[in-house]
Design a protein. Structure first.
Length: 236
């Protein structure tokens, strides 16, 4: 059952998995939030853990940065290890003045510049979208907790340092795109292909519009709120 990227055994992963990009964030999530965390994968230092949250099984697996890397782990989690629900947890840049640093973005849809998504569909422009049940649960929980959140269209870009700076994105905010990250579109595409549930939940840490940025202390406290929201959504 193991793969070149994952040496977990059958049954090592829960059916619900959080998916951060950073291996150290996966480790932090497991050690901070899980009851009885167990390391199940360490190949290439893309760490994976399984434990429980409020008595329910839950896993976390680092995906690396970008859509090609995430696609490997998502494909294997679904098709080799039987995962049914995946929530990407991470950070994003802001593309709207209405989104403030520390705000949470629930990616209702994910536009992309990536060939890994659009080259599959020929003449069609496939629209990668979140699972509505997960989206509704996350929004309801955020409202109950008084968290500042936005549900909308996210850009999943293959380019971090855009040669044209913000000008490379300028048409997107005009059409309601509120944030930019690097993974959600291929997550939603693979979830649709393999008939599982997926949602991306991100904390906005720096705005491309206002140039606001979070301090290190703000990042830690806001990420804690976002991860708790994601865990409760995953096990609901």
């Amino acid at each position: 059952m193991s793969t070149p990227h994952n040496h977990a055994k059958p049954g090592d992963y829960a059916e619900a998995v959080l998916l951060p990009g950073d291996p150290l964030r996966a480790k932090w999530i497991a050690e901070t939030f899980f009851e009885n965390p167990k390391l199940v994968n360490s190949v290439r230092n893309c760490l994976g853990y399984t434990g429980t949250w409020k008595g329910k099984p839950i896993s976390v697996q680092a995906s690396g940065m970008g859509q090609p890397s995430l696609a490997i782990y998502v494909h294997e989690l679904i098709n080799v290890f039987g995962v049914k629900k995946i929530i990407r947890v991470g950070t994003c840049g802001g593309l709207s003045a209405d989104v403030k640093v520390r705000d949470i973005i629930l990616a209702q849809g994910a536009s992309t510049d990536s060939g890994i998504v659009k080259d599959r569909f020929g003449a069609f422009n496939f629209a990668p979208i979140a699972d509505f049940g997960l989206l509704r649960t996350a929004a309801n929980l955020a409202e109950e907790r008084g968290l500042a959140y936005h549900a909308g269209n996210m850009l999943s870009s293959d380019v971090f340092y855009h040669a044209d700076g913000f000008a490379g994105y300028d048409k997107l905010p005009e059409h309601g795109v509120i944030g930019v990250e690097m993974e959600a579109a291929v997550l939603y595409t693979l979830a649709a292909r393999f008939k599982v549930k997926a949602l991306a939940i991100c904390t906005m840490t720096d705005s491309l519009i206002t140039h606001e940025e979070m301090s290190a202390d703000e990042r830690q406290s806001s990420l804690k709120e976002m991860v708790e929201l994601s865990l409760d959504t995953a096990v609901a």
